[in-house]
Write a protein of this length. Structure first.
Lengths: 312, 303
């Protein structure tokens, strides 16, 4: 167990180091000057040079990368040139908002996709199976922005039941709970299509195993076969898949956040990229890679705990 | 970023061995696979949708009623569908039908190029990793791990926002991020196929490693690869649409379905048709690819 953690911790640190260097180099070798971007097109060259000097941008790349790593380790993430505040002030705020969205969506995705996946996979090829498979394939095919447009047309434009934006401002006449309905629905529908098909595939595979046939042939109730014999074994693979969705929920929701003007992490990253806000991009990339690698480790751990064959 | 798992089951199905070089056999096989496809309504619907859009893309210059960027000032006041503009116009008076057709041409040019590049690179890396194993496998698999742990959309945003958006950049980003996933699938298939007798026979004959990889192993891995490419076409279409919607996709003013939604989304409450039509177009194309992939997978399992 200790070996497992040490190995993964090492891999986590290695990945973070590689990614931080990559992102740093990437932002370094792109056309256009950071100071120019910051001051706008009408600033004189002198002003740009002066700011470059003030921000320390005229020194060698490696020196600045070393400084950058040192600062991160001491907890200083730099200053956002786009929002003109320390990065940590905006980063954690946005992460908390995205976390709220992710948490609510996750709370729906897990039970719903397990329910439909099991229902479909327990009788392969049945009408229910075909229907669920088809619907989930169609749902996973509709891009998030298109799903947003479709749902907004129905519930915002036509019925006027829900707000079209989720800015998390409680001042207007839409309570925050109602603001969350559409973004959460889009995420749940889009992601569920994929997770359902994964749960189904695992369930189908389990139901083909000899011990299931034995249980059926010895006259056991089908319900009991599914609940008692198949379920636990069929859930080993999907647990990893489901945990990996956390990754998508944190980093991948940029589209949903853009559609509904939700002040989250993904939209912050988009704006940071568009404005070449290097400190913010670097911090954000590190956070999303950290989340990605951490969920992978948790996934491996869950796999180990669920599957006794690997534990030993 | 999670789609690689979708095909995790394929390695176990084990494609049937193919006799190389029998021309008549190939034709019989093609006829038989067509017959199998014909039995499945899912495949037929998927194929129908994809062929429809491919035809629209090919014929766009002939059948589009207007040039894609032509402005019709008279239509701006009443952009809703009319006899002159069947699907209406956008806020600048550009004909939506024409833009949809030209947009199909654009996405169906960029997506296949990107997917093919990713497939070529990924197949080559996967064959090497699976056939040679050892150090090469270790390096390729480690790189794939890092690529897979990096949130793809974040990478897209950084690269495209910093280097600007062009067809080449989109193709490169898709190829670089997808190649490791494909490599991993091919590696799994190769690991299994390299133990087959016909590979051993080829080795005994003294064939080169390249010959064995390309002629003995690759054709037998084709089933899952074709299904994967079909799925990946759908994903790439979504990606291109999403990038367009975020404003970092194919450069304007030429029509791009995602970009059309981005430009008109703010006017949803007044003129929903401007956003709804491109959304319907992109959704239907991706549904087509995914249904086709489901059908092909079922057909390859039944074979």
């Amino acid at each position: 167990m200790a070996r497992f953690f040490l190995k993964h911790l090492f891999f986590l640190c290695l990945t973070l180091a590689v990614v931080s260097l990559l992102v740093f180099l990437l932002t370094e070798f792109t056309p256009g000057d950071v100071a120019r971007k910051y001051l706008g097109a009408y600033a004189t060259q002198e002003q740009v040079d002066l700011l470059s000097k003030q921000m320390g941008l005229d020194r060698p790349v490696l020196v600045r990368y070393g400084e950058f790593v040192g600062k991160i380790l001491s907890g200083d993430l730099g200053t956002s040139t786009r929002y003109r505040v320390p990065v940590q002030d905006i980063l954690f705020d946005r992460l908390a908002n995205t976390g709220l969205l992710a948490l609510v969506a996750f709370a729906f995705i897990v039970p719903l996709s397990m329910l439909f996946g099991i229902l479909a996979g327990m009788r392969e090829g049945s009408f229910l199976d075909r229907s669920i498979l088809l619907v989930s394939a169609v749902l996973a095919s509709v891009p998030e922005f298109a799903m947003g447009v479709f749902l907004a047309t129905i519930f915002v434009v036509t019925l006027n039941w829900l707000p079209g934006t989720a800015t998390l401002q409680s001042g207007g006449h839409w309570p925050i709970a109602l603001q969350l309905v559409l973004p959460v629905s889009v995420i749940v529908l889009f992601d569920m299509g994929y997770v359902v098909s994964m749960v189904r595939a695992s369930m189908v595979e389990t139901m083909r195993r000899p011990y299931i046939r034995t249980a059926v042939l010895k006259g056991m109730h089908f319900r009991q076969v599914v609940m008692g014999h198949a379920l636990r074994n069929a859930m080993i693979n999907p647990v990893t898949v489901i945990l990996l969705q956390i990754n998508y929920l944190v980093s991948g929701v940029v589209v949903v956040e853009s559609v509904f003007a939700y002040p989250g992490f993904g939209r912050m990253m988009l704006e940071a990229s568009l404005y070449k806000d290097i400190a913010l991009i670097e911090a954000g990339a590190l956070v999303s890679v950290f989340v990605a690698v951490a969920t992978q480790i948790v996934g491996d751990l869950a796999y180990m705990l669920l599957d006794p064959r690997i534990r030993s | 970023m999670t789609e690689q798992v979708q095909l995790s089951g394929v390695a176990e199905t084990g494609p049937a061995p193919v006799l190389p070089g029998s021309g008549a056999g190939a034709i019989t096989r093609a006829v038989r696979s067509l017959a199998i496809l014909g039995h499945s309504p899912t495949t037929l619907v998927g194929l129908g949708i994809v062929v429809f859009w491919a035809a629209m893309a090919l014929l766009a210059p002939l059948i589009a009623p207007y040039p894609p960027n032509a402005l019709d000032p008279a239509a701006v006041a009443h952009p809703t569908p009319s006899a002159l503009h069947w699907f209406g116009t956008d806020q600048l008076g550009r004909d939506i039908l024409s833009r949809i057709l030209w947009g199909a041409r654009r996405v169906l040019t960029v997506a296949p190029i990107a997917v093919l590049s990713a497939a070529l690179a990924g197949t080559f890396l996967g064959l090497c990793a699976g056939y040679y194993r050892g150090f090469i496998d270790l390096v390729i698999s480690r790189i794939a791990d890092i690529m897979l742990s990096f949130p793809v959309i974040i990478l897209y945003m950084i690269v495209l926002a910093l280097f600007g958006s062009s067809v080449l950049n989109i193709v490169l980003v898709v190829a670089i991020t997808k190649a490791p996933i494909i490599a991993r699938i091919v590696r799994g298939l190769t690991l299994e196929l390299r133990e087959r007798e016909y590979v051993a026979a080829a080795k005994m004959r003294g064939e080169s490693a390249l010959y064995i990889m390309l002629v003995e192993i690759l054709p037998n891995a084709r089933g899952p690869l074709i299904v994967d490419m079909c799925l990946r076409m759908g994903y790439t279409t979504i990606t291109i649409g999403v990038l367009g919607f975020l404003g970092i996709g194919l450069p304007p003013p030429d029509p791009d379905w995602g970009g059309m939604v981005k430009d008109t989304y703010g006017m949803m409450s007044v003129w929903p048709h401007m956003s709804l039509i491109p959304c319907a177009a992109i959704s239907s194309l991706v549904i087509g690819f995914n249904l086709l992939a489901i059908g092909l997978r079922e057909a390859s399992l039944r074979e």
